[in-house]
Design a protein around this ligand. Structure first.
Ligand SMILES: Nc1ncnc2c1ncn2[C@@H]1O[C@H](COP(=O)(O)OP(=O)(O)OP(=O)(O)O)[C@@H](O)[C@H]1O
Ligand SMILES: [Mg+2]
Ligand SMILES: [Zn+2]
Length: 513
């Protein structure tokens, strides 16, 4: 009888837990697997058998018992094929076993011994280093993703044969080495789109600059072709650059979701996720039987863009409320629950009415009475409540579009945003989990957003004149604080309030009437 231990890892939320695979080969002819493996793990017997015979090895014709521990951790997926296969080979003396326990070994086997990518290579590498493993052997597709963790040898392999040769001391494996800092700085400012491409629309850009500066959720309302999608796509380029910690957080989520491409190691630019309005709530917020992060977590530290907001199913929008509030989503199952971070800026876009031309300067809206209001009501009130800035986008007339010069570069706007964020960081440095104005609680709002009597009077008048709802009040104060920060003003002045009042279009009672 021979007992061998090999090591794999299980993902829980965005972290990994080391899994010990014990393989015991004894007299007899059966194959047992214990320790809560799910059906995919059970199928691995077939894959292992086929892969080994393809490359000229075999399962020993004996009794094989495989125990995966700890038993109370769910081990899902097929990523343990390689862990189990190397264990069987070592336990049946087909490969050397002296160093085998110094590695995390993972990968799904194809029937020909090739390796398929795994999920969560980054958190697994982080955990492996923490536990003092010497190396991590995994499918080549995931090697760069894992290699951003230093102090652990990462070996990307394409076929189980390479692993066999390695443990038999016949061939070395090629180590994947990445300089994380170089990688980070190299891709830091690589934005796909620039604000410069948007001609005119200075007031919209200003609104988005404010949104970026305070981390405020925003909605763009305007007719077809007015540039809403174009503007939203450029938002990541004016947000403050990610720091390395945030980049790692975001990369971890994409790694767990299996969304890293073979060539990417680190996500260094804020993500921009734009799920289609037909998306299911599971795909949006995460979940499923084998829980996976949803779009809101893939947007962590970046932007979630919901284009054509009223087209989303109401139930889908409802599930967004909690994560927007908590900045994390919890997925509960009978026997366990997992958490995925989901701190994102929400940007939405919509036409003002079904025909698209309500409030248009030159085209007449064709919608009958009550239709505009009904259209707006498709968006759940509580979601709208969490959007600080409403911007009405009016198209730039074609003639002006062809004549206008390019706008300001994103980099310049970003500089102002970063400056305003610095002020906020200082303001909230004592406050846990609060980093920017959009995140302040209503209690903090009363402390931080004090306005003088002139401001108060102005705000009161404006609220009455525009028939703004009560919920607009807090939003206006928050946004005016950001406008003041952009100007480097210690106090909130009347002009800051006046501009903030401007961004509450959908709260006006006259909207749609
Ligand atoms: N201010 C602008 N500067 C440069 N190009 C613009 C501008 N406004 C619109 N365009 C051009 O018009 C196209 C349509 O804009 P976009 O798709 O962003 O509009 P939209 O408001 O999202 O429309 P829809 O409601 O139909 O989705 C853009 O791809 C761009 O080429
Ligand atoms: Mg659009
Ligand atoms: Zn209309």
């Amino acid at each position: 009888m021979k007992l061998i231990k090999t090591y794999g890892s299980a993902i829980q939320g965005v972290d990994a837990i080391t899994i010990t695979v014990e393989v015991n080969v004894d007299t007899g002819v059966n194959f047992f697997m214990v320790g809560l493996p799910d059906s995919a793990v059970k199928e691995s017997q077939q894959r292992i058998e086929s892969a080994l015979s393809y490359i000229g090895y075999r399962l020993p014709g004996k009794k094989i018992v495989i125990n995966m521990a700890p038993a109370d951790i769910r081990k899902e997926g097929s990523a343990y094929d390689l862990t189990i296969a190397t264990g069987i080979l070592a336990a049946s003396d087909q490969i050397g076993s002296t160093n085998i326990d110094r590695y995390i070994i993972m990968g799904e086997l194809s029937l020909d011994g090739g390796l398929q990518p795994i999920r969560g290579a980054l958190p697994i590498a982080i955990e492996a280093r923490k536990k003092g493993f010497e190396g991590f052997i995994l499918p080549k597709q995931n090697a760069r993703e894992a290699a951003i963790v230093g102090d652990i040898k990462v070996y990307g392999v394409e076929n189980i044969k390479e692993v066999i040769d390695f443990f038999n001391g016949e061939k070395k494996l090629e180590q994947t080495i990445i300089n994380t800092r170089d990688e980070f700085y190299a891709s830091l400012n690589e934005y796909e789109f620039d604000f410069m491409d948007v001609k005119g629309q200075e007031n919209i850009k200003r609104a988005l600059e404010i949104a970026a500066a305070g981390g405020h959720n925003a909605i763009l309302i305007g007719p077809p072709g007015s540039g809403k999608t174009m503007l939203a796509k450029r938002l990541p380029s004016i947000l403050p650059p990610l720091n390395l910690h945030e980049a790692l957080e975001t990369t971890k989520i994409h790694s767990v979701a299996g969304r890293m491409s073979r060539s990417t190691s680190l996500i260094a630019v804020r993500p921009f996720r734009a799920p289609h309005h037909t998306i299911s709530d599971v795909a949006l917020v995460g979940g499923g039987t084998n829980p996976q992060p949803g779009e809101i977590s893939l947007a962590h530290n970046g932007v979630l863009f919901l284009d054509e907001l009223p087209e989303f199913k109401r139930t889908v929008l409802e599930v967004l409320r909690q994560p927007i509030e908590d900045r994390v989503v919890t997925i509960s199952r009978a026997r366990f629950s997992v958490e995925y971070p989901a701190s994102f800026m929400l940007v939405a876009a919509m036409n003002p009415c079904p025909c698209g031309y309500y409030n248009h300067p030159t085209i007449q809206c064709m919608c009958g009475p009550g239709i505009v209001q009904k259209y707006l009501n498709k968006i759940s009130g509580p979601l709208l409540d969490r959007i600080d800035i409403h911007v009405e986008v009016v198209p730039v007339p074609f003639k002006e579009l062809s004549e206008a010069r390019n706008g300001e570069k994103s980099a310049q706007v970003r500089e102002r945003v970063v400056k305003a964020r610095k002020i906020q960081e200082e303001r909230y440095q004592e406050k846990k989990n609060i980093h920017c104005n959009a995140q302040m609680t209503s209690k903090q709002l009363r402390e931080i957003c004090k306005i003088d009597s002139t401001g108060q009077l102005m705000l009161k008048n404006a609220m009455e004149k525009l028939s703004l709802s009560a919920r607009a009040y807090d939003r206006i104060l928050k946004v005016s604080r950001t406008i003041a920060d952009l100007e480097g003003s210690a106090g909130i002045l009347s002009e800051h309030l006046a501009e903030a009042i401007h961004y509450r279009s959908l709260d006006r009672e006259s909207w749609g009437k």
